[in-house]
Structure formats: structure tokens, C-alpha cells
Ligand binder design. Structure first.
Ligand SMILES: Nc1ncnc2c1ncn2[C@@H]1O[C@H](COP(=O)(O)OP(=O)(O)OP(=O)(O)O)[C@@H](O)[C@H]1O
Length: 240
């Protein structure tokens, strides 16, 4: 569904992606792991039209979408949930949801979608008149995910959804993503919390220095000693 072919790009003259390549299938969850500064978030910016791409190609359902603007990517069903807290704290949950549909010309449809999305996220219906800042961290993440769903995305890019959340709440957010995957949404996620993220993913990608080092089924990566040593706190016996 999404393919990166030998993408290079970066910020100004600094090159961060050094030939990143991978393919992800429809209705799957893929997690990108890798050391700090590997370029994981930069991959998302490249896909979403926020990075200067020097060479290579990005294909979405076979269409070349390299160097499209964010608005063009949204129109093609791609949505991006950046790292950190991205709700407007003083606005109500409902108003935050409305922001997800602000670019749509069909506001009646946005209203219908808000109702549908609130059916999926009962907690948001319950708290719809509360200020977003009054929600817990996990609930705010749910709100961001829900808002990203308003335009019926087919591909969701989600950057470190677990940051700052307690393990129970992380599991709730992950369950939400699994539910979306089961409804046919393709999810590409970046996570520091590599073990928990791979455990709920279909595929995993290890990125280092802006290159894909490994790409396999998530369960295989979880058992791979190289991944264990680097990212999962595991140890590999030294062979002399
Ligand atoms: N806006 C920017 N301008 C210049 N350099 C940037 C910018 N954003 C990121 N970088 C640099 O690009 C490199 C990759 O950053 P990126 O955020 O993609 O890494 P990451 O793998 O997501 O790391 P982390 O796990 O720490 O979030 C880093 O060296 C960073 O300093």
C-alpha cells in the first residue's frame, strides 16, 4: 500500500534519510524502531510532504506521491498524528474533534463523522463538553487518534503514541490502533517502547542512520538477538 524506494532527504543541507526503502501492506500495523536520531520521525515527515526529498520515490497504492504537500496527502487519505500533545487544551473535546474536519467542504458530513467516531470512543462522548486539558494523557491521545479519523484515513502515521503514558494506558491506546487495523486502516507507527509496540504489530522496521537495517514480521524481530541487544534490553552471548 505504501512504498518508499531509496528515499534520501533531510533538513537544508543535512541529509537524514540515506536511502530508506520499505513496503507496508494494507490493513496492517508496522512499527519503526531505532536509536535516537535514526530518522524515524523524519520518515513520517517525508511521507507527509514536510521534508525536502533529494531523491527516491514514495508510492501510495501505486501512485507516485513524492513531494506532495500535506493537504494533498490528506486528500489521498493519509493522516499524521505527531509526537507529543496536539490537542487544544482550552477547547472542549467536541471542538477539538471538529478541528479534524476543518479542511472539509462538507461540514454536515463532518458532524455525522464526529457522531460515528464518538460511537467508537465512548469516553469522548462522555467527556465531549469537557476541556481537552481535563482529560488524562491517554484520553488525550485517544482524542488525537479520533480526530485523525474524521476524514476516513486509509493510512495513519502515528509518532510515539505511548510517550508519557502509564503501561495500562499504553495498552488501551494500542488496542485502539488494533481495532482500527481490523477496520481496514493501515498504521505506520514510531515507538521508543519497542517491545510493547512490536508485540502488538504485524511488522517491524529497524532504522539506523536513515536506512532500513531490518524489516520483518514483528514476532520474528522480537525474537531476533540483534534487536534484543540493541533495543529490547536483551543480551546476546559473546562468541569469541
Ligand atoms: N527540523 C529539523 N531541522 C534540522 N534537523 C532536524 C530537524 N528535525 C530533526 N532533525 C535532525 O534529524 C535527525 C533525525 O531526527 P528524527 O527526529 O527523525 O529522529 P528519530 O529517529 O525520530 O529520533 P528520536 O527517537 O530521538 O525521536 C536528528 O539528528 C535531528 O537532530
Amino acid at each position: 500500500m505504501l512504498e518508499l524506494r531509496d528515499v534520501t532527504g533531510g533538513y537544508g543541507r543535512i541529509t537524514i534519510l540515506n536511502g530508506t526503502s520499505f513496503t507496508i501492506p494494507k490493513a496492517s500495523i508496522t512499527t519503526i524502531i531505532g536509536p535516537n536520531g535514526a530518522g524515524k520521525s523524519t520518515v513520517f515527515k517525508a511521507i507527509f510532504g514536510l521534508l525536502s526529498i533529494h531523491s527516491g520515490q514514495i508510492l501510495l497504492d501505486g501512485e507516485d506521491v513524492t513531494r506532495r504537500t500535506p493537504a494533498e496527502m490528506i486528500a489521498r487519505g493519509v493522516t499524521y498524528v505527531p509526537q507529543g500533545r496536539n490537542v487544544v487544551p482550552q477547547l472542549s473535546v467536541y471542538h477539538n474533534l471538529e478541528l479534524g474536519g476543518i479542511t472539509s467542504r462538507d461540514q454536515a458530513r463532518v458532524k455525522r463523522r464526529i457522531e460515528e467516531v464518538m460511537d467508537q470512543f465512548q469516553i469522548l462522548r462522555e467527556f465531549k463538553d469537557r476541556k481537552a486539558i481535563e482529560l488524562s494523557g491517554g484520553q488525550q491521545k485517544q482524542l488525537e487518534v479520533a480526530r485523525a479519523l474524521l476524514l476516513d484515513p486509509k493510512l495513519m502515521l502515528i509518532d510515539e503514541p505511548s510517550i508519557g503514558l502509564s503501561p495500562n494506558i499504553v495498552q488501551e491506546v494500542f488496542q485502539t490502533l488494533i481495532r482500527l487495523r481490523d477496520l481496514g486502516v493501515t498504521i505506520l507507527m514510531v515507538e521508543q517502547n519497542a517491545k510493547a509496540a512490536l508485540a502488538m504489530s504485524d511488522y517491524g522496521i529497524v532504522l539506523e542512520l536513515g536506512q532500513t537495517r531490518m524489516h520483518d514480521r514483528a514476532d520474528k524481530l522480537l525474537k531476533d538477538p540483534r534487536v534484543g541487544q540493541l533495543f529490547l534490553g536483551g543480551h546476546v552471548e559473546e562468541t569469541v
